[in-house]
Ligand binder design. Structure first.
Ligand SMILES: NC(=O)c1ccc[n+]([C@@H]2O[C@H](COP(=O)([O-])OP(=O)(O)OC[C@H]3O[C@@H](n4cnc5c(N)ncnc54)[C@H](O)[C@@H]3O)[C@@H](O)[C@H]2O)c1
Length: 328
């Protein structure tokens, strides 16, 4: 672990919502003192309730012994005062509402409040590191740290660079997340969506295009994604799979397929129309599928458990894996 990361003790999580409450637990589990910051006492109260729910969930899932709960909880405090939270802060993790002017104002404020060596990280999904750091004087200390829900159990964190992020900041951030029990990948360019959301967006756009064109039903697209593509992915990612099937095969086959792939620069009508009529998915009872009459909480819980089983299997399989050596 980088020696700088091992020295990180005092941290701040900005935003005590869905992501912030989980991040507080992840960081406190990694041994950090966490100050959870939000705009009102009422929101913070709900945030701390979420922290406790997260901890009980970990106990429930067998990921945390019950006696481990209180020491973690005792490392998390809450405040509505940014200047109080900033005192001695070494690492600030922003998980506030996904709104660019708000994030830019927050980073401008934290750039002023926090000591110059403090790392400022963003969990933003859709904005790049340069976007959120635009109003800071020290963009070299701003870095992306993108988590995936359910972030308590998902192993990966993407550490994303802005155009000015320093190598030392990236190294310390990677080491901090590893200390918190996460695996990391680094996106070396200032990109919206880092790595995973870009790959996901390309696939989702094609899935929606297939649905829109009537090529297949939503159910068949779902089965094709899970059983045809998804099942192989933990063992062979997008690039290694091509090595096994032969780059020449991909080259010649895809030269014919690529020109026919969806490449729309705006959301497709099949998505836009559903959003316009409030058909936004599970939360609305309807999205691409009909969720009315389903016990959503029990489905969510079952999927959580199944995901944990999958993660355990994938980690076991990956432990046997030969290390990949990159060719140039
Ligand atoms: N929800 C997800 O699945 C997910 C996954 C990865 C990344 N993210 C990103 O994480 C961030 C947070 O998402 P979320 O789902 O937790 O949102 P959320 O709405 O649950 O929580 C956001 C919190 O930020 C607080 N906030 C707003 N302004 C603030 C300010 N000035 N100071 C302090 N707190 C402030 C809000 O009061 C709220 O509690 C977003 O940028 C989102 O894109 C979300």
């Amino acid at each position: 672990m980088s020696s700088e990361a091992s020295k990180i003790e005092r941290t701040v999580v900005v935003g005590a919502g869905l992501m912030g409450a989980g991040l507080a637990v992840i960081m406190a589990r990694g041994g950090c003192q966490v100050r959870l910051l939000d705009v009102s006492d009422a929101v913070l109260e709900r945030g701390l309730e979420r922290v406790r729910e997260n901890l009980y969930l970990l106990v429930d899932l067998g990921k945390l012994p019950e006696q481990g709960l209180l020491p973690i909880l005792s490392r998390i405090t809450a405040t509505t005062s940014p200047s109080l939270a900033a005192e001695g802060a070494q690492f600030v993790m922003e998980a506030a509402t996904e709104n660019l002017p708000l994030k830019q104002a927050l980073f401008e404020e934290w750039d002023r409040l926090a000591p110059p060596e403090t790392i400022l990280a963003t969990n933003s999904t859709g904005f790049s590191v340069d976007d959120v750091a635009e109003k800071t004087w020290h963009p070299e200390r701003v870095v992306g740290s993108h988590f995936f829900t359910p972030h308590l159990v998902m192993p990966l964190v993407e550490v994303g660079c802005g155009s000015y992020t320093s190598g030392q900041v990236v190294e310390t951030t990677v080491a901090l997340w590893e200390r918190c029990g996460k695996q990391t990948v680094v996106c070396r360019k200032n990109l919206k969506g880092f790595l995973v959301n870009r790959l996901q967006a390309a696939l989702a756009r094609e899935a929606m295009s297939l649905l829109q064109s009537g090529a297949a039903s939503a159910s068949d697209i779902e089965r094709a994604t899970r059983l045809g593509l998804g099942l192989r992915l933990p063992l062979w990612g997008m690039l290694e799979q091509r090595d096994w099937s032969g780059l020449d095969v991909h080259y010649h086959g895809m030269a014919s397929v690529y020109p026919t792939l969806e490449n729309s620069k705006v959301p497709l009508p099949v998505l836009a129309e559903r959003v316009a009529r409030g058909q936004t998915g599970v939360k609305a009872g309807k999205g691409f599928f009909d969720w009315t009459g389903k016990d959503i909480e029990s489905v969510r819980k079952r999927k959580h458990r199944q995901l944990l089983e999958l993660i355990a299997t994938v980690e076991r399989l990956m432990a046997d894996e030969d290390e990949l050596v990159e060719a140039h």
